[in-house]
Design a protein around this ligand. Structure first.
Ligand SMILES: Cc1ncc(COP(=O)(O)O)c(C=O)c1O
Length: 277
């Protein structure tokens, strides 16, 4: 029996989680699609930190935010996906990260093509269409067969890659909010690589639902939140840019774009992400 199946039946194990939540009258939230409920300890820590920042606001932001806590949190979230801490940057949510990665991606020339499918999140589709308007690229939109299978998904991507040779970038959703499907990311990313197509992975529903290693999946750009399945307070997330995709600069891109509490996401001209420059 696989470990996960054994665990699913281990009542004592699940009680250690249930004990962290109070059961109160009223609706019981079993839906983590918007955000998961915080445990009692997380709520208490959250309130303690709000009070702390309220008291010491500018001291905290100027002297501690970038040197202490955010660096520790950065290392912890990097560990969750098995990547180096400096390849990760904190954001407000997955949307922030995805918008930053898509809008600032600068390997595109007018006439190039970018790819989305029917399973992508609407704001991801919107950001890819933004590229069409502002960078002169063409958006290719495909529909998968439903119900989809490993083979049908891969075959659709393979056909698309062969049919559109000017494809440079694609969005991919690890766990789609539309059908709950877990995409065969590793196989799709490997096929994309054969055609020199970069993949930006939407990991909004993956983190905390199952374990994965981004290096093994062959993914260089990804974005996550911590407030759905991890149970952190709203609004927390992070983006990932693999060291292989950094530009040769004394500062990494991840640091450039988000290591500031005043970070404004999706500012297209602020910093561009590229493996070419
Ligand atoms: C597939 C998918 N991508 C991205 C997002 C955006 O996540 P966030 O709330 O972290 O911005 C969601 C949120 O529901 C989602 O379902």
């Amino acid at each position: 029996m696989p470990d996960n199946t054994r665990r699913a039946r281990d009542e004592a194990f699940w009680h250690t989680f249930a004990d962290r939540y109070d059961v109160q009258p009223g609706p019981i939230n079993l839906e983590n699609g918007y955000f998961g409920r915080m445990s009692r300890t997380v709520v208490e820590e959250y309130q303690r930190n709000i009070e702390l920042i309220n008291r010491g606001n500018s001291v905290h932001v100027r002297q501690r935010f970038e040197q202490g806590e955010s660096v520790k949190i950065q290392a912890l979230v990097a560990k969750l996906i098995g990547v180096p801490a400096e390849a990760v940057a904190l954001t407000r949510n997955a949307s922030d990260g995805l918008q930053s990665l898509i809008r600032n991606y600068n390997r595109l020339q007018p006439g190039d093509q970018v790819l989305i499918c029917d399973l992508e999140y609407d704001t991801v589709k919107g950001a890819m269409r933004w590229l069409a308007k502002h960078r002169g690229v063409e958006v290719i939109e495909i529909e998968h067969q439903h119900p989809a299978s490993f083979d049908s998904l891969l075959a659709t991507y393979r056909e698309t890659f062969a049919r559109y040779p000017r494809l440079k970038l694609m969005a991919l959703t690890h766990v789609t909010h539309r059908t709950g499907l877990v995409m065969p990311v590793q196989a799709i990313a490997a096929a994309a690589k054969e055609h020199d197509i970069d993949v930006i992975l939407d990991g909004a529903h993956a983190l905390g639902q199952f374990e994965f290693n981004l290096d093994e999946l062959g993914i260089e750009f990804a974005a996550y939140n911590l407030h759905k399945w991890i149970g952190a307070p709203l609004t927390l997330g992070f983006l990932y840019i693999a060291p292989s995709a950094w530009r040769t600069s004394t500062r990494t891109w991840a640091k450039c774009i988000t290591r500031s509490p005043t970070f404004a996401p999706a500012r297209p001209t602020a910093h561009r992400i590229s493996r070419r420059c």
